[in-house]
Unconditional design. Structure first.
Length: 317
């Protein structure tokens, strides 16, 4: 089910990103502080702490597809728990002396170089890559078959764990409560960040109980409480449309995503050529051909016994 069937996978990806994939994070006994901590303390972890500033940096560094998930009550809890685990690992690693040594320093230097290169390219590419309206229109006209769809509907929902919660929320909606605001406040689905909006979907995209209830609704009508394997839903149908080609306005982001890689590659190629034009570069082909090869390793191995076999210099009397 769109946005729901993948919820567990999102949680796993969210935890992996928070544990391994994001820069920033907490500073405590596990890692030396780089200045005053920002924001309020969310969690105290032994002698260290995690603040709202740490948490917001994590959110900023998450991939876009995970940000909505992290902006739910459950997502925030999962992410904070992972940050706590990471802080405990850092603290224990410091106690074990694993935060120091030449290997760590070498890797930090490598990482620093990569981050600098990444920042340079990101700035250059973002400044120069442009996808014009004409590009979008041309791609759309040449690829209309890719944007065909069957009959579709658009819906929002509020998902909660218990029937009682769902009935209480439904009563508020019937009394004039705002559906979107109630979704943001109460729904445990990642769509809560968008007021419960699930976007457009075709038949067969949702679990049967959800789809059956949605199909029975008129536009802007709200369902009774609907039970599925995921919990209890309140569904609001916000649109219906017949089969056909989706309009350009709706697929602009999709087209831009298809065009961007080639545009970025073109800009990257130009950056490389410009940098080389103003540089003096001398490639040592003979060294390159041997580096890391078996031939080089064999030479090094043969050299040592030969040196060891040299007669010692006679002592001076």
């Amino acid at each position: 089910m769109k946005n729901i069937t993948t919820a567990k996978l999102f949680v796993v990806a969210l935890c992996a990103a928070a544990l391994f994939g994001c820069q920033g994070g907490s500073n405590s006994g596990g890692s030396k502080s780089e200045g005053k901590k920002e924001g309020q303390v969310i969690a105290e972890v032994n002698s260290g702490s995690i603040t709202t500033g740490d948490f917001e940096r994590e959110l900023k560094n998450l991939p876009e597809y995970l940000k909505a998930m992290a902006d739910t009550p459950q997502g925030r809890k999962e992410m904070l728990d992972t940050m706590v685990i990471r802080e405990l690992i850092l603290q224990q690693a410091a106690k074990d002396g694993l935060d120091k040594g030449p290997e760590i320093e070498d890797k930090l230097q490598d990482l620093k170089k990569r981050l600098i290169v990444e920042a340079f390219l990101k700035k250059k590419v973002e400044a120069e890559v442009q996808v014009s309206d004409a590009d979008l229109q041309k791609f759309y006209e040449q690829n209309k078959d890719k944007f065909k769809s069957g009959e579709q509907m658009k819906a929002s929902h509020i998902l909660v764990k218990t029937e009682k919660e769902a009935k209480d929320i439904l009563a508020k909606i019937k009394a004039g409560g705002n559906f979107e605001e109630l979704a943001k406040k109460n729904s445990v689905d990642s769509s809560s960040a968008k007021g419960g909006d699930l976007g457009w979907f075709s038949k067969g995209s949702m679990v049967p109980a959800f789809e059956k209830a949605a199909l029975a609704l008129k536009e802007n009508q709200v369902s009774e409480v609907v039970k599925s394997d995921f919990g209890f839903h309140i569904i609001k149908l916000t649109g219906k449309r017949p089969a056909g080609v989706r309009p350009l306005e709706e697929v602009k982001d999709q087209i831009k995503g298809a065009l961007m890689p080639n545009k970025q590659q073109e800009v990257f190629q130009k950056i490389k050529e410009d940098l080389k034009k103003s540089a003096k570069i001398n490639i040592k082909e003979d060294v390159l051909s041997n580096v890391g090869s078996k031939k080089e390793e064999t030479k090094a191995a043969e050299k040592k016994p030969a040196e060891a076999a040299k007669p010692a210099a006679p002592e001076k009397k």
